[in-house]
Ligand binder design. Structure first.
Ligand code: ZN
Ligand code: FE
Length: 237
């Protein structure tokens, strides 16, 4: 079993999420996308763990700026796409799209979704029904196209849509409220979306992240996932 703890970083500016993963069978642990060290260290101390790995979805500073400090403090190994190693601070272990990474007994499939950046990857723990989407899929929106084309984003989204509905996804930022207006504008009468927004609002009011949301729910409500053709997606981006 994989235990997942969500850590808000860069609160109030970029609202990043780092995630602490613990493989319960072995006690091995990892941090996904530490954008700054302090909140991650505080949570690790609270949990009484020293992370063995740092996993990056892509090279942007708001996902990797905590790498070096955590690596030094915990002697953690930095894991990222082997094809993007030159841009990852403290890079140690390369993972290859189409292959897997083992956090103890928890196995992540590595999925290439080059679009937001070239070399952006997802970590998909199929058995634990958890997908870490970095800056590719957010609640009700997708990441900007810094280095890729709309065609590449379309391909990336088809890969996510092919995953089972009961998988929970964990995005790299809390962008739900920013994305809500456009999603609502696109489907003002949609009951699924109204329920989604109501639940999101309740969670945020309690100071909780909106994630995780299931891919099933997201496929019903996220306009970019709802786009069925490349042309439909092009109208949104
Ligand atoms: Zn990014
Ligand atoms: Fe980001």
């Amino acid at each position: 079993m994989l235990k997942i703890h969500t850590v808000l970083c860069r609160a109030g500016t970029m609202d990043n999420y780092a995630y602490i993963l613990i493989d319960e069978a072995t006690g091995l642990s990892a941090v996904i996308d530490p954008s700054e060290p302090a909140p991650v260290i505080a949570e690790c101390t609270k949990l009484g763990i020293t992370p063995d790995y740092i996993l990056n979805t892509h090279h942007h500073f708001d996902h990797t700026d905590g790498n070096l400090a955590l690596k030094e403090l915990y002697k953690a190994k930095v894991v990222a796409n082997v094809n993007d190693s030159a841009r990852i601070p403290g890079f140690d272990i390369g993972v290859e799209p189409g292959k897997t990474f083992a956090l103890g007994q928890s196995i992540a499939q590595i999925i290439d979704v080059s679009a937001h950046t070239q070399g952006h990857i997802l970590y998909y723990f199929a058995k634990d029904k958890a997908l870490f989407t970095g800056d590719t899929l957010f609640n009700l929106c997708v990441g900007g196209l810094f280095e890729g084309s709309i065609d590449e984003m379309y391909t990336a989204l088809q890969k996510i849509k092919a995953l089972p509905d009961d998988v929970n996804f964990y995005p790299g930022h809390e962008y739900t409220i920013h994305a809500a207006a456009a999603a609502f504008h696109a489907a003002p009468q949609d009951t699924n979306l109204r329920n989604y927004l109501r639940r999101a609002d309740e969670k945020l009011k309690q100071g909780q992240p909106v994630c995780p949301v299931t891919l099933g729910e997201e496929k019903n409500c996220n306009p970019y996932l709802k786009a069925e053709t490349l042309d439909q997606l092009k109208k949104l981006i």
